[in-house]
Design a protein around this ligand. Sequence first.
Ligand code: HEM
Length: 416
Amino acid sequence: MDAMTSQVPATTDLADPHFWRLPAPARAAAFAELRRRPAPVYFGDRATGRGFHALVRHADVVEASRTPAVFLSGPGVTTPEPARWVRLLFGDSMVNLDDPRHAQLRRIVSRAFTPRLLARAEEDIRRTAARLVDEVERRRPEDFVAAVAAELPFQVICTMMGIPERPRRAILDQVNHASEHTGVARPLRRRVRMPGRGLLALARMQGMVAAIGRERRRTPADDLITALVTADVDGRRLTGRELGAFFSLLLVAGVETTRNALAHGLHLLTVHPEQRALLLADLDGRLGGAVDEIIRHATPIIQFRRTLAVDHELGGPGGPLLRAGEKVALFFGSANQDETVFPDPDAFDITRTPNPHLGFGGGGPHYCLGAHLARQEMSVLFRELFTRLPEVRSVGEPDLVPSSFDHRIRGLRFTF
Ligand code: HEM
């Protein structure tokens, strides 16, 4: 069977930035309709290869994630592809690599995430969360994102890496600048893109980190940068360029995602008072379930792309044919709404069991490296908040940034 290029309502063009500006219920309805189709719909011009098959069902996203020899990451995982010069200049981060280079890099990085480092990170998360809540009580800020949600994951990654206090503020400014434009739908531009404006910011930040890496090679410290630049896995350690690329990845993959998850979490627990009451009645018993349901419901990363290495029939022989060289977009948020896997998928239900959401990816070699850390950060912060400020709530609607890449919240007013 050939994959369908079929007719979908004109408003459902996932390749068009306008689609990502539609109200959330309209987008959800479009994805529900796409999930009911017998085959993935192709968006764009299939004849020229400018476009992608939209994988919107849970099973299809899992299959693509766990068949990395067929579904390649090497050509790039964002849409559209970064220009070649960008990759030459910045080096490849591990999301954009396939085996054997991906496995090699991931081994170096995974070895650096030792149990000791993670135990220290947990202590640091507790300390930082307590300090942020102290500051909330003292300064009574209005925006939860700037005061708490963005701050916690950033400080945690910086401490873990061993970034000194002094350049942190400048680095955070560069990150905000770089990521503000990722996948943002502009009304007058046809493509959802990652424009060059953020690249200079990234380059500056990578320069700062490479300099710290050189310093650590001379004078090792007890931190992740030292572990990465001195690691000797299969005779390899990270080069300055790889270190810069990895740090950028951590900042975008680890800070932005967690910040958005925390902000969505506070809002979800505000607009679902019965779920909030359940959680507060048994924080120890319910926090883990609440964190995963927040990730499922909010799905901080909307989509990643893969490219077909060979022709492939999706779901097995006789399934829709995806051709070598074609692109597929893995829509994690749609998979997390798949009614064949999640009964009543719209409901925010912290008791949902099982909850096999794909918020951290569909499994396979690229599965989120920071899933454990992210869950820890969310649990510790929500415990601290709800224990010390039991009246904490979001106020009004979150200030959402339209994007095809992440469910970003620019600001969220709150009260306690
Ligand atoms: C709620 C927070 C987070 C969410 C929703 C999230 C989501 C994701 C997703 C969807 C992927 C792609 C998986 C795939 O393609 O199969 C990914 C990869 C990754 N994440 Fe996370 N992430 C979060 C937090 C973090 C944190 C805290 C870190 C920092 C340690 C991190 C580091 C990474 C890295 C390094 C990768 C690339 C792994 C590879 O390509 O091998 N993430 N994440």
